[in-house]
Design a protein around this ligand. Structure first.
Ligand SMILES: *Cc1c(COP(=O)(O)O)cnc(C)c1O
Length: 609
């Protein structure tokens, strides 16, 4: 570490800025299982990139002692198991006061006060604070608030979110940390704004002034264009759990409830509350920004959609986390300065020698094939993967909109593709369905069963136990990264960026980041990017487009070899993909953009008034 950073060089007079970054999940490493998928891993990458750039930032989340579940798969599909951990088990340090005793905060819930202690994790120069309610002075029911990520019912969820938002603010205060900017990363943590209002009102401000003040230095990032993904509580649950908070800011529950609605629909939505209490809001790709403006335009009845104040900052991936070391060496040798992420000159990766790139990547495929042959032998499957075959990777949450089943709609046509004598193809999948998502679980059971289908010849393999480590193996060892979300439901789709960085070519619906990242010299676009027609028509068309592309473009290009066995047409695309994605879709580009466009302006507005 040096004394100057990108941040101090770029913003020398803003050294008193401090961003509080709130999120319900953080994916930092497989050994710290407090993430479910893309949102958490993005939050982890955000902290790492903030550290790289020297952006003053503190993360706030919950320490779930059961974490997210471990997955086992048999013929019936997915099964969940949980292992209890303490913060110390994952390398976190207890936060203590001057006298060495643990700091404690508490939050009032309808069932009484709940206390939490704090754990501190160092992410480079960034601190992540995690609240933990699993302490003896809480009732057994209250201890469970921080048991499972996205576990339990709606009441459990609002209790978790009150602890995260209100408790998170109290944790910062107890630890003597005074942020100047508040980033609400997805609506789960928005209740922090109620605590900020209370503090200002207790200090003598009017409600109107307090609202104007908290808006100035607050940022909200929405992550889901799927309506069901936007948290809504029933009016009853909201009234029961928010009445005290409403009273503490001099609002009637009726007034507070109105902030959680687009207009007068039933339910209390966290996204409307977040949009109403922040002055800067964004989606996570250009296309998602557009979708979000349409979804939430009702909050700005006097504006047309194009002028709805929700912008976009396209997500990015933390290069040093996801780049496989062998490929990283080639990237460095080509002149990319990985040690200086803000000035890495990733364009130089186009100079990587084709044969060396092919060799390094084949060894990553071989490593993945070994792993998948060993671990994929579940539920009656007998994997017969081959390190030389064209390898398609698919690894992410099994949410139904991601359509993990699309590739498998016509098993006979797929079987012919997989078993072509001179041009074999294989598919490696992994992913978890939320324990309460029976459709997602049915998809896993379907794929696990297909893996045992003799027509597939052991060339479709589901690897159970998906986590960051298995995800990394698959995205580093895939030749093709498949992404088949139902347009326009994929906000971003960061796994495609990580795969591209490692030389996989994306074969994807033109949704999320791929709508701006796609270029025929680095990958393929499934269908024409139109969502016209009903869902069945969309599935039929996208499936046909996917299989046509595989048969006529992807497979022939992969197997067009020179005398040395290197497919130059393919490796040329790999080089361009690595260079383009490294330059444009890194987490440092993303955090740099948040800093320039949102954090620093919010900081200046918040402190000069
Ligand atoms: C990046 C990442 C994701 C994100 O998946 P998308 O479907 O692309 O949003 C999911 N899981 C893991 C392990 C990841 O690293």
């Amino acid at each position: 570490m040096t004394n100057t950073t990108w941040f101090t060089d770029t913003f020398p007079s803003d050294d008193d800025m401090l961003v509080a970054y709130f999120c319900a999940e953080f994916g930092l490493a497989a050994a710290i299982p407090i993430y479910a998928g893309g949102l958490g891993i993005l939050a982890g990458d955000h902290l790492k990139a903030a550290s790289d750039l020297g952006v003053p930032l503190v993360g706030i989340g919950l320490f779930y002692y059961d974490g997210y579940f471990q997955q086992r798969v048999d013929a019936a599909g997915q099964h969940e198991a949980y292992t209890e951990r303490t913060g110390a088990d994952v390398g976190a340090d207890p936060v203590t006061d001057g006298a060495g005793s643990p700091l404690r905060i508490s939050v009032e819930l309808p069932t009484g006060p709940v206390s939490a202690v704090l754990w501190r994790l160092a992410v480079g120069s960034v601190t992540l604070l995690l609240l933990d309610a699993n302490i003896p002075e809480n009732t057994p029911a209250d201890r469970e608030i921080t048991a499972r990520l996205y576990g339990g019912d709606r009441v459990m969820r609002i209790r978790q979110e009150l602890l995260l938002g209100i408790g998170g603010m109290r944790a910062l205060a107890a630890a003597g940390i005074t942020p100047t900017v508040f980033h609400i990363n997805e609506g789960h943590s928005v209740f922090l704004q109620l605590e900020r209002l209370r503090l200002l009102i207790d200090a003598g401000r009017s409600l109107e002034d307090a609202l104007a003040l908290i808006r100035r230095n607050s940022i909200f990032t929405t992550h889901t264009p799927v309506p069901a993904g936007n948290e809504v509580f029933s009016d009853d649950i909201a009234a029961e759990h928010l009445a005290d908070a409403a009273a503490s800011i001099g609002m009637s529950m009726h007034q507070l409830a109105a902030l959680g609605k687009l207009s007068d629909e039933p339910g209390f939505g966290l996204t409307p509350l977040a949009l109403r209490t922040t002055s800067r809001a964004n989606g996570v790709s250009r296309l998602h920004g557009e979708v979000a403006r349409t979804m939430w335009r009702g909050l700005w009845p006097h504006r047309d959609t194009a002028h709805v104040p929700i912008g976009s900052v396209t997500n990015g991936a933390h290069v040093q986390t996801w780049l496989e070391p062998g490929i990283a060496t080639l990237v460095r040798d080509a002149g990319v300065d990985l040690a200086r992420p803000a000035a890495a000159r990733f364009e130089r990766a186009t100079e990587i020698p084709d044969a060396a790139l092919w060799r390094a990547h084949r060894s990553n495929v071989a490593r993945l094939v070994d792993l998948a042959n060993a671990r994929g032998a579940v539920a009656g499957a007998h994997p017969r993967l081959d390190p030389h075959a064209l390898t398609i990777g698919f690894s992410r949450r099994f949410a139904t909109y991601k359509r993990a089943g699309l590739l498998f709609r016509d098993p006979d046509r797929l079987a012919r593709l997989l078993s072509a004598p001179d041009a074999p193809v294989q598919v490696i999948l992994a992913g978890k369905a939320h324990p309460g998502d029976s459709d997602g679980k049915a998809l896993i059971a379907m794929v696990a069963e297909l893996a045992t289908d003799p027509r597939m010849a052991g060339r479709v393999v589901f690897v159970p136990g998906y986590d960051m480590a298995i995800g990394a193996h698959i995205l580093q060892g895939a030749d093709v990264w498949l992404n088949t979300p139902r347009l326009p439901m994929e906000a971003s789709g960061t796994s495609g960026m990580k795969a591209a960085l490692n030389g996989a070519l994306n074969l994807s619906i033109l949704d999320g980041w791929w709508a701006e990242g796609y270029d025929p010299t680095i990958g393929w676009a499934i269908d024409d990017g139109s969502s016209a027609g009903d869902e069945a028509a969309q599935d039929t068309r996208d499936h046909a487009s996917l299989l046509d592309l595989l048969e006529h473009e992807v497979v022939p290009r992969f197997y067009a070899r020179g005398g040395d066995g290197v497919p130059l047409g393919w490796t040329t695309m790999m080089r361009r993909s690595i260079a383009r994605v490294g330059a444009e879709f890194s987490a440092t580009r993303m955090v740099g953009e948040y800093t320039e466009r949102m954090y620093v302006p919010a900081h200046r507005q918040g402190t000069t008034n």
